[in-house]
Design a protein. Structure first.
Length: 138
C-alpha cells in the first residue's frame, strides 16, 4: 500500500528531497490517497476463529485468524469468551482484544501479506462501495 502511494507521488517526494537538501521549505504532498488504506469500522466474532470485518470502503470480509495459535493468541483461541471480546480500535482502524492485542488492518483486508508469508483464509462477502482498494480472495 505504501509502495503504491510512493509510486503515485514519487515526483512530489523527489522535489521535496531536493528542497530539503537545499534547506528550502517543503511543498505539501497529497495525502488523499492515504484515505484509501483499509480501516476496520465493525467486527463480529464468528466461531471457530473467524471474524466478520466491515472496512471503511464498505467491503465485508470473513477472515479466519485460526493460524494465530501461538503466544498471546493461543489464549484467545482457547477461550471463546475472550475471543468474543474483540472490538474495533477507532484511532487505528484495526481490531483488538483486551490487553491491546491487535492485528494489522491491511493484512486482514488482504492488501498486505502477513509476516509469515501465509495469507489468512477469507471469504469476501461484498467488495468496496464505489471502487476503492481491490479485493482478492486469498
Amino acid at each position: 500500500m505504501v509502495q503504491q502511494w510512493e509510486k503515485e507521488h514519487r515526483s512530489e517526494l523527489v522535489e521535496n528531497w531536493k528542497r530539503a537538501t537545499s534547506r528550502t521549505p517543503l511543498a505539501p504532498v497529497a495525502a488523499a490517497a492515504l484515505m484509501d488504506i483499509a480501516r476496520i469500522v465493525e467486527v463480529e466474532p464468528l466461531q471457530p476463529h473467524w471474524l466478520r470485518l466491515t472496512f471503511a470502503d464498505g467491503s465485508v470480509h470473513e477472515v479466519d485468524v485460526g493460524k494465530l495459535d501461538s503466544g498471546v493468541f493461543a489464549e484467545i483461541h482457547r477461550d471463546p469468551v475472550l475471543f468474543s471480546q474483540v472490538r474495533v480500535r477507532p484511532e487505528s482502524g484495526t481490531i483488538e482484544w483486551p490487553g491491546r492485542i491487535d492485528l494489522d488492518p491491511d493484512v486482514l483486508y488482504g492488501s498486505q501479506t502477513p509476516s509469515d508469508g501465509r495469507p489468512y483464509p477469507r471469504r469476501i462477502l461484498s467488495g468496496p462501495a464505489g471502487g476503492g482498494l481491490p479485493t482478492a480472495d486469498l
